[in-house]
Design a protein around this ligand. Sequence first.
Ligand SMILES: [Zn+2]
Length: 77
Amino acid sequence: MNTVELKNCPFCGSNAERKTNKRYRKGYLATVGCKSQLCPAKISQATLHGDVEEAYKFAESVWNKRTDPVMEGKDGE
Ligand SMILES: [Zn+2]
């Protein structure tokens, strides 16, 4: 299995993992989130088509997306 490496949780720094998935229309709704029992951080993303792996990859890419600490492209107040 070729999985994406998940970044640590942005809130508590714990590892992240694949959580749950369920059918969503013709695709899947997949959730990835923080491994910590005490931390509610998670992200769910749905694909309208495709298999569960695709849905997880989508959710993982969103989970791994972080705000760039350097603001760019905007000047002015
Ligand atoms: Zn966390």
